[in-house]
Design a binder for this molecule. Sequence first.
Ligand code: NAI
Ligand code: MG
Length: 498
Amino acid sequence: MSNRLTLTLDPQALATELSGHHLINGALVPAKSGKTFDVINPATGDVVAQAAEGDAADVEAAVAAAKAAQVEWAKMTGRQRGKLIGECGALLTAHSEEIGRLIALETGKALRTESRVEAGVLADAFHFHAGLGSELKGETIPFSPDMLTLTVREPIGVVGAIIPWNVPLMLMALKIAPALVAGNAVVVKSAEEAPLAVLRVCQIMNQVLPAGLFNMLSGFGPECGAPLVAHKDVGKVTFTGSVETGKIVYKTAAEKLIPVTLELGGKSPMIVMADADMDKAIAGAVSGMRFTRQGQSCTACSRIFVHEDIHDAFVAKLKAKVDAMVMGDPLDEKTDIGTIISCEQFDKVNGYIKLGKETAGSVAHECSAMPTDEKLQKGLFVRPVIFTGIGNDARIAREEIFGPVTCVIKFSDYEEMLEQANDSDFGLAATVWTTNLKTALDATKRLEAGFVQVNQNLVVQPGLSYGGVKQSGIGKEATLEAMLEHFTHKKTIILNMT
Ligand code: NAI
Ligand code: MG
């Protein structure tokens, strides 16, 4: 393992170094058109770098490089490939502080509570998948005594991955690590709001992997993402983002008849029964709502159903807890909550807060203080809001806001509440808070979601299947089965010995 890259803990210096590039065939290169766009620090409004503005010509170059590199890669054993992915994980661990600082700079996510944590999760996902290399097994089938019948797992070829900006490192890792271990080459299209840290990761991985195997393009969705999905040599697309874009990706993939994985939105219910451990539930609501990520999470518990007996106490305690969180400079160690990613999302979130305030019966509990630091005055800070007094039919309880906004919905009847919890277009995650085992088991069985937890609220964990039902998506991630199902195809072989 060679590490020719120096650690650069000053995120601005690193942003400048990476500015204006894709990474294709092992080299940092500008867009073929020469075009770039601004990368902005959402905490200050400053332009920190340029990103290469990719289009179909760059997609062509990246896919060609990937296709060529995949041939030799597929000839290696899964174990050998896994070993190299493990080496990537080790290098990413060594670089994790610089990656964390860079993602904080470009996304406005607080370093201590979010960005540094995400850089660690990234490396961990590589270590998990590294160990799966020797598990690419097939089956033997007792089809006939004179025939040896078996299945083998083969790579698909070139995988196109399109990622969002909210947790780009983690979400990318869950796609590229299994895709590579399974013997595929990958082209990633980063989100236009957060192209730098993922480019750095690609550069680090290219210290270990053969040139062309893993390529990174930056650019806008229709101009760069769409031609990647449509490219004739891309045999699989894995996407995380909005429902709207997910459907566009799915339609294009359908034209080519290639498989897709879609991780889309959520409006996840959290159910707090009257017998719940209140302090545990409050801590669960704070972490589950991802207030430290400004609520920019597809699993955010943005509908909290609380039993009427404890409703007022729950709201008061939750507000007090969120009030104590510090909003400020994402790179400051004291900061709990950073900024919203972009002006577009800032306007969207504020639009929903306005809508919530206009909803009949609603009460908006605004939490935390705005930062006063002069250099943050243009920062995209939004005070977290807890809405009460509304029902599950309100628009703010139905649509994904992707901001620090949650609805606490009072309930008295368990059956009615469960019906409402399931009355959503989405089905990604759910949590139940109760000390009654019978209620816990009943709710876990009946909730329509891909991931249901009782009395805890863990985020994505390698080894636990992750993915939703209904409009939350198609396919699962983060397990051995997901790797086999989504990044290989099964070939049946029969040897007739008669
Ligand atoms: P988006 O779905 O438009 O963007 C996600 C990725 O898809 C980006 O890399 C983007 O460039 C790419 N993309 C956009 N149009 C494309 C196209 N036609 N073909 C191929 N790729 C394309 O999401 P956006 O605009 O960033 O956020 C909008 C909303 O989506 C958010 O407010 C949130 O509700 C939801 N969202 C959900 C995420 C999740 O984790 N499930 C992540 C990000 C956003
Ligand atoms: Mg979009």
